[in-house]
Write a protein that binds this ligand. Structure first.
Ligand SMILES: *[C@@H]1O[C@H](CO)[C@@H](O)[C@H](O)[C@H]1NC(C)=O
Ligand SMILES: *[C@@H]1O[C@H](CO)[C@@H](O)[C@H](O)[C@H]1NC(C)=O
Ligand SMILES: *[C@@H]1O[C@H](CO)[C@@H](O)[C@H](O)[C@H]1NC(C)=O
Length: 325
């Protein structure tokens, strides 16, 4: 007997099984001609979506080998090009094997920033569709998709994790000098309601103690920013640590300037929430050599360079996590 399925019936069946169009894989297909060649980066526009992004494909890309994908979100008023330079997710010394992607904000901002454009399709829709597009066009490993960002882009990684539809597609999150607006008071973002999942939501945060742009202890301006400790405790709680849980460890990793590394163990997941408290550092992306933050934002980054590379720690952290098949 020959069974003929209509494509709409198949779609309905797949949706019922919780499978989205993201399960269409680009594995086995050549890199689309509009995309950069391996080892290169290129700025692109998402089809049918008036949004830009910058894409980097590693030199060793193999169309038959499922490859991790790393998102990197820029800070407020910055852009995708600056974020590639700042985070160095395209630098093979930090990221030899993964695809890096730098989405561009609408008017330089991301959701949760009180001035961000909240009209639909919004940033969450954009990221969700961009990820689907990548999975359709390239050989992405859907279990190894990660999000990191700076400042407003760092706060946005937490907003992303909080969204049950998009956040569940990312295995782990990292924020550098995150600006954490109270999402209950900013338009366009609902309360934090991540999808339940066994893997939890690994969250890594970096913050300078003399950051005046996104102060580590928060502020009470017209659009208040929350204290970093509340964000960390929030993710510890959502990872099953219970309300207001104290860190399990808080170790000195550098003496001068003093860098403390705090981590939480929740539900047997050791270090699922981690934090680097960067003594004497400002609103900057830590790197042992100078970078755009130190050069162009010198007044916010008094030291000129730092004692470790945040990007190195981010890739080590991400490397410990992947979603269940
Ligand atoms: C990161 O920091 C270390 C110092 O610990 C430095 O030696 C190394 O070259 C840096 N890594 C990269 C990829 O630049
Ligand atoms: C979460 O993101 C999805 C996908 O873009 C979007 O449709 C949905 O409205 C978002 N949910 C909330 C509560 O913002
Ligand atoms: C870790 O220790 C430092 C003091 O050395 C303290 O200021 C900080 O609050 C502690 N906890 C965290 C999560 O940073």
């Amino acid at each position: 007997m020959k069974i003929v399925y209509s494509s709409s019936l198949i779609t309905v069946a797949l949706l019922a099984a919780g499978v989205t169009s993201a399960s269409v894989s680009g594995c086995g297909s050549d890199i689309p001609s509009a995309f950069p060649n391996p080892g290169r980066s290129k700025s692109l526009r998402l089809p049918n979506f008036d949004r830009e992004y910058r894409l980097h494909i590693p030199a060793n890309y193999d169309k038959n080998k499922p490859t991790p994908l790393y998102f990197s979100f820029h800070g407020a008023t910055r852009d995708m090009n600056e974020q590639e330079s700042l985070s160095q997710f395209s630098n093979p010394e930090f990221n030899p094997n993964g695809i890096a992607i730098y989405p561009n904000g609408k008017n330089g901002l991301w959701l949760s920033n009180p001035n961000a454009d909240t009209s639909r399709p919004n940033d969450l829709d954009f990221v969700n569709d961009l990820l689907t597009h990548m999975e359709e066009k390239l050989c992405i490993d859907p279990r190894r998709v990660y999000a990191a960002g700076k400042s407003n882009g760092g706060g946005f990684t937490s907003v992303l994790a909080c969204n049950a539809t998009v956040g569940r597609r990312f295995a782990a999150f990292a924020a550098v000098s995150g600006a954490y607006y109270d999402t209950d008071q900013t338009p366009g973002v609902g309360p934090c309601a991540p999808a339940k999942r066994d893997e939890g939501y690994p969250f890594l945060e970096f913050h300078g103690t003399v950051d005046v742009t996104a102060p580590i202890d928060g502020n009470t301006e017209k659009h208040p920013k929350l204290a970093v400790i509340d964000i960390l405790k929030g993710w510890a709680e959502r990872n099953g640590c219970g309300a207001n849980a104290q860190w399990a460890r808080n170790e000195t990793v550098f003496e001068n300037p003093l860098v403390k590394h705090a981590s939480w163990d929740c539900q047997g997941k050791n270090g699922i929430v981690q934090h680097y408290r960067e003594g004497e550092n400002g609103h900057c992306w830590p790197l042992t050599v100078s970078n755009d933050d130190f050069i162009n934002q010198g007044s916010r980054c008094p030291l000129g360079k730092y004692v470790f590379n945040a990007t190195e720690y981010i890739f080590d952290f991400f490397g410990q996590y992947q979603l269940n098949p």
